[in-house]
Design a protein around this ligand. Structure first.
Ligand SMILES: NC(=O)c1ccc[n+]([C@@H]2O[C@H](COP(=O)([O-])OP(=O)(O)OC[C@H]3O[C@@H](n4cnc5c(N)ncnc54)[C@H](OP(=O)(O)O)[C@@H]3O)[C@@H](O)[C@H]2O)c1
Length: 294
């Protein structure tokens, strides 16, 4: 099976490019918007014609959550309209279209159960609304070939391209090593997810194709960003204090969900939930990227 990866220079894309071949799938990467802009529908169609992939994974998005508030046109263009056009182009050619989505579309309440695919969504920002539209447009325009896989709090070796190659874990470790005071929100609950585990999960979905539609794929377990930071720093051997703060302490432009832990209910139903506890993924990540000095 030949798989085109849009956004292969990103955090998830980087791991997909090594894990898909290890799973016996051929991967063709499109680094970023300079090589193939997802918002250029003609270029996406030309790519499908020239490479004739069996599947496309779209890791690209306008996912600067706060910037989406001041650039709504770009958010809708990249996260919704471009996704619709690409999903349609794939459906027409019988190519599997796998759209990576986000936990930001959902919100529960502190202490509630993880949110399944069947639960109502609650987008509270331009970012979340535009991503939810992209999910819906995928399902509407690629009813037989569209997969939407929502995930959360990614960390991977390549780091988040949007954030200059750093993910949350890297940012915390860099700040701690620089002796900066650390203040992290303790009232947003998430399921931090490693991009290598997620890539294996996506490979399994491609291999087994249990049916189009919406899937949640996040780590098992949950934590606040504060607990995530503390755990990462402890695993990296850094003894520093992290001050827990409320979301209101940061004047962010976009509202974040207070509880966006997704339940991999559909993956479990089809017997394909390969995700693991977030602490286990984090331990492996820290051991690989921040090994103790020899
Ligand atoms: N990071 C998280 O914590 C998180 C949480 C939940 C969901 N997600 C979702 O997971 C996906 C992957 O995230 P990530 O952390 O791997 O992101 P990332 O590291 O920022 O990578 C995004 C990739 O997409 C490319 N890209 C951006 N705009 C593009 C465009 N218009 N056309 C083509 N390529 C474009 C980027 O390259 P250029 O910049 O060079 O164009 C980069 O290769 C995204 O959909 C994201 O919203 C991420």
């Amino acid at each position: 099976m030949k798989v085109a990866v849009i956004g292969s220079s990103g955090q998830l894309g980087h791991d997909l490019m090594r894990i898909l071949p290890a799973a016996g799938l051929e991967a063709i990467g499109f680094f970023g918007r300079l090589e193939l802009d997802i918002a250029n529908a003609a270029a996406v169609e030309a790519m499908l014609e020239s490479h004739r992939p069996d599947a496309v994974i779209n890791t690209a998005a306008f996912h600067h959550v706060d910037l989406c508030e001041s650039r709504p046109d770009d958010a809708w263009k990249i996260n919704a309209v471009a996704v619709r056009d690409a999903a349609k182009a794939c459906q027409k050619r019988k190519i599997l279209w796998m759209q990576i989505g986000t936990d930001y579309v959902a919100e529960g309440w502190p202490g509630c159960q993880p949110i399944a695919e069947t639960a109502a969504v609650c987008p509270k920002s331009i970012y979340a609304a535009s991503r939810f539209a992209g999910d819906c447009l995928t399902l509407a325009h690629a009813p037989e070939y569209g997969y939407v896989v929502r995930t959360c709090g990614l960390f991977g070796i390549a780091g988040c391209k949007l954030k200059g190659g750093l993910n949350f874990v890297d940012t915390m470790i860099a700040a701690a090593r620089a002796g900066k005071p650390l203040r992290v929100v303790s009232d947003q609950i998430v399921a931090p997810t490693a991009t290598d585990t997620l890539s294996r999960q996506l490979a399994a979905l491609l291999e087994h194709q249990p049916g189009p539609g919406l899937y949640h794929a996040v780590s098992h377990g949950q934590c606040s960003w504060h607990e995530f930071a503390q755990t990462a720093l402890r695993m990296a051997g850094l003894t520093v204090t992290v001050e827990p703060v409320s979301s209101t302490a940061f004047a962010a432009a976009a509202i974040r969900p207070r509880y966006s832990v997704l339940d991999n209910a559909r993956l479990r139903t089809v017997g394909l939930d390969l995700m693991e506890d977030w602490q286990k993924s984090l331990q492996r990540y820290i051991a690989c990227k921040y090994p103790p000095p020899a």
